[in-house]
Design a protein around this ligand. Sequence first.
Ligand code: GLP
Length: 283
Amino acid sequence: MWKLTIIKSCLIINRVKLTIRFNLLENLLVNNGGNMRFFLAKDTKEVNTIAYNLIRAEILRNPKIVLGLATGSTPLGLYKLMIEDCKRGNVSYKDVKTINLDEYIGLPDNHPQSYHTFMYENLFKDIDIDLKNTKIPNGNAKDLAKECADYTAYIDKYTPDIQLLGIGSNGHIAFNEPGTSFDATTHVVDLKESTIKDNSRFFDSIDDVPKQAITMGIADIMKAKMIILLATGTSKTDAVYNAVLGPISEDCPASALQLHNNVVVVADPNASFMVRTKGVNPQ
Ligand code: GLP
């Protein structure tokens, strides 16, 4: 595919030389010094296939991979592809370990909106994974500080080969809200009003949305060998722009990803709108 790529333009942003390439599939690749690749998918379906092809290749290469997983509506299509391909017998998860980013505090594990339920219903029940190999923070732990410390220790032992991320409309990753230190490991977080509002669509009423969560910290997320961030929809376009081309700042937690050495961002045309129209100024 790379052979089909022709260099179209260059720009300098934040002392990083960004090379913008368009290939024949009309995907866009932003390569900031080789650290961040930005795929412009032509639609949401292609976001899922690009992400799945990356993940599938890694699982086939290493069947004992540790996969960091995310919740939210964005990865649902990707999870469907994982299920379909597993059911066809092409990929097995029997030796795969998974570790999730976050969980609400105070929801029972079997609550319809807990991330335990989300992962079971949308992925785990339909693939051949051993549930003992799946890990999600316990939002009902009696000692939350210990739960957080143990979770970070687990990440250090089973560091994700790939960490999948969505992005909040305010630039949050996992539940790391704007203002969170990039040095934070797994911790308890008070959710911002904007996040509570965004996530209220999954609950009967906004009052039912938990106000706190346990989340992998940015320092934990950055330990992953490769990070794949998926973004779809117009509500994400500012966040994607700030994450990819904005200043590296705690105001946009996802901008920390610019400091990682192996990040892939896959965005649909709505989510990439700002990057395409404001960020890319061919010279
Ligand atoms: C929640 C999750 C995040 C996710 C975000 C976006 O806040 N904690 O991990 O990225 O929602 O969700 P969606 O994909 O539904 O927009």
